[in-house]
Design a binder for this molecule. Structure first.
Ligand code: FA5
Ligand code: MG
Length: 499
């Protein structure tokens, strides 16, 4: 592998040798979701409580990818909280030969309306005005649905498509790199519907039936066979079937997760994929996989230098169901190694299944928030969602790396909650309840104490919840009310016993 690396790049040992079960445990206790897809599920297995609401693989509705042609009509900073009052159109459609279809566009237009929420936006919809209520995406009484209002409120906001937002600025900087390095070659897609079939999200990218990422604990299910995409890889197969050979797909992705400064249930990824023909690898005097791996590393090291300047990087071997070999790229920034993307050589089966037999490909998926937090010095992932002009006014289109000047000096307030857990207890469920009550006022939920009473055979957890607004002071009264509601809901919904 070192022969493929450019000067200045450090190579480290493989992570594949780590005990996989230990990694899975780590995820629950340390909130490290960056390796969501990097589990070799066959060694982990899902508990009954983690399993999705129905058996899989499940049949998928005929969802296809489409664009929102007039998304620029969106308001520049809609309020996230308002969205839950919006109504959106849900229309599954038959695919046209181009792969794009009008009913799907109608879906997307209505998603834009959700983004606009109370203030309805004109999005060119013509005569198509079918609607869907929030209840079709958030159905508390439906056991196959686990989407909360807080998450529904983020659908359609498309932070990555706002030109003056750090995520939009970063997306455009990545586009510039690809345009300069491969002029006119990469097709860019950044407005695909985030509601995808289970088939697209998991089956099409060969995620094993019992892989932990499919669990109800980790993924938002709209129904038994429809999810909020948990990665942009959900679009690989569809775009390959449309005949695209070089593409970048950016979008919001959704994961049930812990709460801290770098984890949010909605974040943004950019997927890249490039095909190689037999002619190309023969001309290079290499086999197809070796050429794809070499080009992948060269391209991504170039991207990291384009964004960060001269940085130290290292490749770490990893596992993804959809690539082999698979790698993560880490960059050394401000004294720490930070994983910024996962990537690899696409599994032949994905190419063959989607009309690309006889080719090889590289693919990557990178986290935009992770990169933007470093590039813009943004200390808390919640800030990306802020409509406070003290945040939004600091960033301008084309200005990559403007350093964010913090305006929040408001102190955090800590509240502890202790309870005896039951077998079904999961930290993600706790976090979802806290987020549902306190919204973006919750900064962190951390397990601070854990012990088992050997006589009773019961385990107690104590979590410390940090409440803090990025924008204003919170009153004691307000926090006490939130905490009382948290205690009440945790007790009634999680089958735990408060201590
Ligand atoms: C994936 O999502 C794969 N689909 C990536 C991929 C694509 C691999 C194509 C191979 C080929 P992973 O779960 O590691 O992998 O997430 C990819 C990146 O998203 C991470 O490197 C990280 O930068 C970002 N990311 C993951 N989880 C979070 C999170 N909770 N918050 C912010 N960023 C995250
Ligand atoms: Mg990862």
């Amino acid at each position: 592998m070192s022969a493929l690396l450019l000067p200045g790049v450090v190579v480290v040992g493989t992570r594949v040798g780590l005990p996989v079960l230990a990694m899975a445990t780590l995820r629950l206790s340390s909130s490290s979701s960056s390796s969501f897809f990097a589990y070799q599920q066959q060694k982990v297995g899902l508990t009954a409580a983690q399993r999705p609401p129905s058996s899989f693989p499940s049949p998928s509705p005929p969802l296809v990818v489409c664009s929102i042609p007039d998304r620029h009509h969106l308001p520049s900073s809609p309020s996230s909280g308002e969205a839950s009052s919006g109504r959106i159109s849900l229309g599954f459609c038959t695919r046209q030969s181009s792969g794009f279809c009008t009913r799907q566009q109608s879906w997307n237009r209505k998603l834009a309306v959700v983004a606009a929420a109370a203030s309805v936006v004109e999005v060119g919809g013509g005569g198509s005005s079918s609607t869907i209520s929030r209840e079709e995406v958030v159905r508390e009484d439906d056991p196959t649905n686990n989407v909360p209002d807080t998450v529904f409120g983020k659908i359609g906001l498309q932070l990555h498509n706002r030109e003056n937002h750090p995520l939009g600025i970063l997306k455009n900087a990545i586009y510039s790199y690809f345009d300069e390095t491969f002029p006119g070659v990469f097709h860019k897609v950044d407005n695909l519907l985030p509601i995808v079939s289970v088939k697209a999200n998991f089956d099409d990218v060969l995620t094993p039936p019992d892989h932990v990422s499919r669990s109800y604990n980790d993924t938002y299910y709209v129904s038994a066979d429809t999810v909020l995409r948990c990665h942009t890889s959900a679009h690989q197969a569809e775009l390959l079937r449309q005949g695209l050979t070089h593409f970048l797909v950016t979008g919001d992705v959704y994961r049930r997760d812990a709460i801290d400064a770098t984890h949010y249930p909605v974040f943004h990824q950019m997927e890249g994929l490039r095909l190689f023909t037999q002619q190309e690898w023969e001309a290079a005097g290499m086999d197809g996989t070796a050429l794809a791996a070499q080009e992948l590393k060269k391209t991504l090291e170039g991207l990291a230098r384009h964004l960060f300047g001269d940085v130290q990087m290292r490749w770490v071997d990893t596992y993804f169901p959809f690539t082999d070999p698979s790698y993560e790229l880490e960059i050394f920034f401000q004294g720490k190694w930070m994983e910024v993307l996962g990537c690899g050589v696409t599994q032949q089966q994905i190419l063959c299944n989607n009309g690309c037999a006889g080719t090889t490909a590289w693919a990557f998926g990178l986290g935009l928030e992770r990169l933007a937090m470093v590039l813009f010095d943004i200390p808390d992932i919640r800030l990306f969602w802020s409509n406070d002009s003290r945040f939004t006014s600091q960033f301008k289109s084309g200005q990559l790396g403007t350093k964010f000047k913090s305006f929040s000096k408001y102190p955090p307030c800590y509240k502890d909650i202790s309870f005896w857990i039951s077998e079904e207890f999961s930290e993600n469920n706790l976090c979802e309840i806290v987020r549902g009550i306190a919204g973006d006022l919750v900064e962190e939920v951390v397990l601070i104490d854990e012990f088992t009473n050997p006589k009773k055979g019961k385990t107690s957890h104590c979590y410390r919840i940090a409440y803090r607004s990025m924008e204003r002071s919170l009153t004691d009264e307000e926090i006490n009310a939130l905490q009382a509601e948290v205690r009440q809901q945790v007790e009634s919904k999680l089958k735990i016993t408060l201590r």
